[in-house]
Design a protein around this ligand. Sequence first.
Ligand SMILES: [Zn+2]
Length: 156
Amino acid sequence: MQPSPPTHQPDERGLITECPQCGRANRLAYERLGQPARCHDCQTELSSPVAPFEVEDAAAFKALTTRSKLPVLVDFWAPWCGPCKMVAPELVKVAQAGAGQWTVAKVNTEDLPELGAQFGIRSIPTMVLFQDGREVARQSGAMPAAAIQQFITTAR
Ligand SMILES: [Zn+2]
């Protein structure tokens, strides 16, 4: 069995991730995403996000999308949405393929309706690509991983 990939939890300053060696929680600052990072305690190398992570509050969302050094693909989704479920495993592939080049974040529009309203999300899933603090592209509807990756690489 393969070990599960490290998880990353966004807060208002960066992504919290546990050191695979000593278990210490480290924060990868948004401004330094994509650059090599090491554990504060034991100097073990910490990985960039290799899986989609859920954004749980609006402040973390704002910090992530305005300060991230890497492009951020945001998937606006909801638990009741069938196509969103189809897209979820595709986003896992996209996040893995883009480790260190882009990050994939998810926003549950049931939990954070204010973000859906702020960005005028009318159908889900909708994917919005942020780079250098602004929206550069968006696309609604389910897509396979290859199409999502193409969407990211052609937009940035
Ligand atoms: Zn450590």
